[in-house]
Design a protein. Structure first.
Lengths: 291, 366
């Protein structure tokens, strides 16, 4: 019974990792860029939502604050693409990696300067509510996290495989030059992708801030989410969720059953094992390098 | 305007392009040796720090700048070198020259050990694997408490070389000269590797693995060599860093240090030995500059000193973003451009250093 309880809380944590990982994968899938600032964007989204919604700050109604945060982060994502990423268009992936790491530092500093360094919790309608299934007691926030994550992953998956825009995104990433020839506005597609990543980050941030507390260094969660994305096979949306769930599940069980001190190693140990034995992740997208 | 005309292979690979350049470096070396007589103890301490970071930067530069393998995990090898050196001195009573050499070798071996399973990965995946490595090392240091002192950490013993005590606090000048001589040796060795077949193989791998392989470069072996050499040098930097910090624990070698090391060589100028030095200098100067400008702001505005936590990393990040956007080859790239401008005057053209754009293609094929 205790295991079941651990499993559910692990799943809820894993969903947040999965959502951040989703942001990584989204950008990678559509632009071949890797956004190391995704964790910090999530942190920023959480702070924007708190700043709009909490009684101690602007005090707007919860749903209005959520909408505001989603909208603001979409704009931030798009602005990042326009000002930072577009000048690097046509340069190596590594330049983008270093740029986004550095920009993550800047975001962290900005959030610290605006909202302070104390952990904040977002006021939300389901705070403290519980639902009991037999002997398993679930927090309403945990259920909300799982539901939203599954919904969002499903929507994005359908978006990529069914809509014209999603397919254009895939094309833009598979071969930029050929996509240009086919009349796909690659740069605008990149802008839209970053906007979507910002929206995903805002949703993850809201869930994260409602479930626990958030401070400017929460962006480091991005590293775990990154591990999740890689475990799932970078470039696969369901894979990202799967990886997030694995990391989320490994953590509480390692803390429960493995000697203290070894527990926080577990997610990274899993990552290294996956990288060694299945270098391209569980849901592999790579079959071999084309020249 | 000078036109160097190369007539032989020896001409192409020699250490200095001409006598003039050799003289300039000799002057720089003289200045560096004489520095303790010109600066006070505090400044010498700062310069020593810059030298140590430059060694670490060179370590990463071999791997990232020349062999083209990105690593976000070099703090791990700094830690290995640092702990190995102090443990060998304390537990086994080895003299510093021996323990120092061994510390580097241990770190280098650790690097090869890591490289062997990991070098099937490249690009982003390699970065992630090395990132995970740093995350692990912090915890491993705590877990191996009997050796590493765990959370409490270790204290670096005083170095004794030829009967002389070398200590960061009581004899900063001697410690500076020690670091300077090691920096010099590493730099010379680095220059020589770049002139040798191994260095050329590194460059070939960086530019295209497939064509390097076609030219007869053993890709896996060369990558492992790059990893090993890089970690060897980084381990040495770590060993010196241990003496520089005097006491250290697991919190010194965080993932932020790894990232800082990478950002340092990018600011300095990736793909050049100069870059490691410029980067170390910038990283060493930023905190001082922030302190000074903070005092200045306080004096001008009359407000109490504004202490904003995280300001340093914030400013650092901002500088880096600006560099990547406007000067991707860093400080060294900027200086080279200025130099070329004067050497070619009046024939310098704006697009002389323009980078070729490439359209990305996915590696994910279904």
């Amino acid at each position: 019974m205790e295991d079941l309880q651990l499993m559910v809380s692990g799943l809820a944590n894993g969903c947040v990792y999965g959502l951040v990982a989703l942001g990584f994968v989204l950008i990678y899938k559509a632009t071949e860029q890797v956004n190391f600032a995704q964790g910090d964007m999530m942190m920023l989204g959480a702070f924007v939502a708190i700043g709009l919604g909490n009684e101690s700050h602007a005090g707007l109604p919860f749903w209005l604050a959520c909408a505001g945060a989603v909208f603001a982060m979409g704009a931030v994502g798009m602005a990042m693409e326009r000002t930072l990423l577009r000048p690097l268009f046509g340069q190596s992936q590594i330049a983008v990696v270093i740029l986004t790491i550095a920009f993550g530092f800047v975001l962290r500093f900005a959030a610290g300067a605006i909202w302070g360094h104390d952990p904040l919790v977002m006021d939300n309608p389901v705070a403290g509510a519980h639902v009991a299934f037999g002997q398993v007691v679930l927090g309403a926030d945990e259920i909300a996290v799982i539901a939203v994550t599954v919904l969002l992953t499903g929507l994005l998956f359908l978006f990529f495989s069914r809509t014209k825009l999603g397919i254009a995104m895939q094309a833009a990433s598979q071969n930029q030059l050929a996509a240009y020839y086919m009349g796909i506005p690659v740069k605008r597609i990149h802008g839209i992708t970053w906007m979507l990543a910002g929206v995903t980050a805002a949703v993850a941030g809201i869930l994260f801030a409602a479930k626990g507390s958030v401070d400017p260094s929460a962006g480091f969660l991005g590293i775990k989410a990154f591990a999740a994305a890689v475990i799932g096979g970078f470039g696969s949306l369901p894979g990202a969720l799967l990886g997030g769930l694995i990391i989320g599940l490994v953590e509480p069980f390692a803390a429960r059953y493995v000697a203290a001190g070894y527990a926080q190693i577990a997610p990274y140990a899993v990552l290294i094992l996956v990288l060694i034995f299945r270098p391209h992740g569980l849901v592999a997208q790579v079959r071999g390098k084309k020249l | 305007m000078r036109v160097p005309f190369k007539t032989s292979h020896r001409h192409d690979i020699r250490l200095f392009a001409d006598r003039y350049q050799a003289l300039r470096y000799a002057a720089l070396l003289t200045l560096a040796i004489a520095l303790p007589f010109l600066l006070d103890d505090f400044m010498i301490g700062e310069v020593t720090g810059v030298l140590i970071w430059a060694i670490g930067g060179m370590g990463l530069m071999i791997l990232t700048g020349h062999a083209g393998q990105i690593s976000l995990g070099h703090a791990a090898f700094l830690a290995v070198g640092c702990y190995a050196n102090v443990i060998l001195m304390d537990r086994f009573g080895l003299p510093f020259p021996v323990s120092f050499t061994l510390a580097g070798i241990v770190a280098g071996l650790a690097g090869v050990l890591v490289a062997v399973p990991v070098f099937r990965l490249h690009g982003i995946y390699l970065a992630i694997a090395t990132l995970a490595l740093t995350m692990l090392v912090e915890d491993i240091i705590v877990l191996t408490e009997p050796w590493t002192g765990g959370v409490v950490g270790l204290t670096a013993p005083t170095i004794t070389i030829a009967g002389m005590d070398v200590d960061r606090f009581s004899s900063p000048d001697r410690f500076y000269w020690l670091c300077l001589s090691i920096t010099l040796l590493v730099t010379l060795a680095y220059c020589n590797i770049l002139r040798a077949p191994l260095g050329r193989a590194f460059l070939a791998i960086r530019d295209s693995e497939a064509s390097a392989q076609a030219m007869g470069v053993h890709v896996a072996r060369t990558k492992a060599a790059a990893f090993g050499l890089s970690c060897l040098v980084t381990g040495w930097a770590g060993a010196l860093l241990g003496h520089y910090f005097y006491t250290f624990n697991h919190e010194v070698f965080t993932v932020v240090v790894s990232i800082q090391l990478l950002l340092m060589i990018v600011i300095g100028g990736i793909g050049s030995i100069h870059g490691a030095f410029y980067g170390a200098f910038v990283v060493g100067v930023i905190p001082q500059a922030i302190n000074i400008s903070r005092d200045w702001v306080t004096a001008v505005l009359g407000t109490s000193g504004v202490a904003v936590p995280g300001l340093e990393t914030g400013v650092f990040g901002l500088i880096l973003v600006l560099f990547i956007l406007f000067e991707p080859y860093g400080v060294h790239g900027r200086i080279t451009k200025w130099k070329t401008y004067f050497e070619l005057f009046p024939f310098y053209r704006r697009d002389l250093f323009r980078r070729q754009k490439s359209y990305l293609k996915t590696e994910r094929i279904r």
